[in-house]
Write a protein that binds this ligand. Structure first.
Ligand code: AKG
Ligand code: FE2
Length: 266
């Protein structure tokens, strides 16, 4: 884990990505592994420490009360210098119709340490939006980089190149979301720029705490819940933005998670 230090977080509006504010999903469980990071949150500064440990599928199902389909990672792979795995395994989950999700467990090595570095060093922004005639803070911090802006860590450029090589398309610049603890979340939404398009890719690398990543069809019907661990890659493709919504719901207790995401549209 990179050295953790307290910092004050910048407060300026203007993140993008999710298009629809909404009521937060209910709290659903307790989580395990997470890096140790000290951040200033709202008025209080709190240090959070959780122990890294392996969970098995039964634990996960007991905790969350529903079936999950993401293989589990060993925490040993998540410390050290970040690097893209040289022999990742991709599995494709076909959703209903043409939407699909690829998952590549352990795609990025050193993801916990990268989480600590980014948590400390990125100039995070507090997004705000109107909801029910009130301006409210987004329940997370974010930082979306323009293609011309310097990145906070060189691995982010390497990740983008690997994604472009794997999917043979030019992904755009990176967006970072910082979920400081279980109170932070993103409600069900479709990504703003991609929701009208029938062929898109959104690649998300999880750094830090494992949180449920939920998917549901817009028209109703059975959803899916994945549990990406630190270093796992999840890619939503096809008509996933047109026909499905995704969310990272609040949870009762967990350590920090950062998601790094790249987008492409046909
Ligand atoms: O943090 C995540 O895994 C998802 C973030 C997301 O959906 C978004 O930024 O649009
Ligand atoms: Fe999204």
């Amino acid at each position: 884990m990179a050295s953790a230090r307290s910092r004050s977080l910048s407060r300026s509006a203007g993140s993008h990505g999710p298009d629809t504010p909404g009521a937060a999903p209910p709290s659903i469980g307790h989580h395990g592994a997470a890096p140790v990071i000290r951040v200033a949150r709202r008025s209080a500064t709190r240090a959070r420490r959780t122990t890294a440990g392996l969970l098995d599928t039964l634990d996960i199902e007991r905790m969350f009360g529903y079936c999950v389909s993401m293989p589990l990672q060993c925490s040993l792979l998540t410390s050290g210098d970040p690097a893209v795995s040289i022999n990742p395994t991709f599995s494709r989950i076909r959703l209903d119709g043409t939407p699909w999700v690829d998952v590549a467990p352990g795609w990025l090595r050193g993801a916990d340490d990268l989480c600590g570095t980014l948590a400390s060093e990125v100039p995070w922004r507090q997004g705000r939006r109107w909801m029910y005639e009130r301006m409210v803070d987004d329940p997370r911090l974010s930082r979306w980089y323009k293609a011309t802006e310097p990145l906070p860590h060189p691995i982010l450029a390497t990740i983008c190149s690997s994604l472009c090589a794997h999917y043979q398309v030019p992904f755009g610049s990176v967006g970072l979301n910082f979920y400081r603890d279980g109170d932070d979340s993103v409600a069900f939404h479709r990504d703003r720029e991609l929701r009208r398009l029938g062929n898109t890719l959104i690649a998300i690398v999880t750094l830090g705490a494992r949180r449920p990543f939920r998917l549901r069809p817009r028209g109703g019907g059975a959803g899916r819940t994945l549990l990406p661990a630190s270093g796992d890659l999840l890619v939503m493709g096809g008509r996933c933005q047109a026909d499905w919504e995704h969310a990272v719901p609040k949870v009762a207790s967990c350590g920090p998670r950062i998601s790094a995401s790249w987008r492409w549209a046909a």
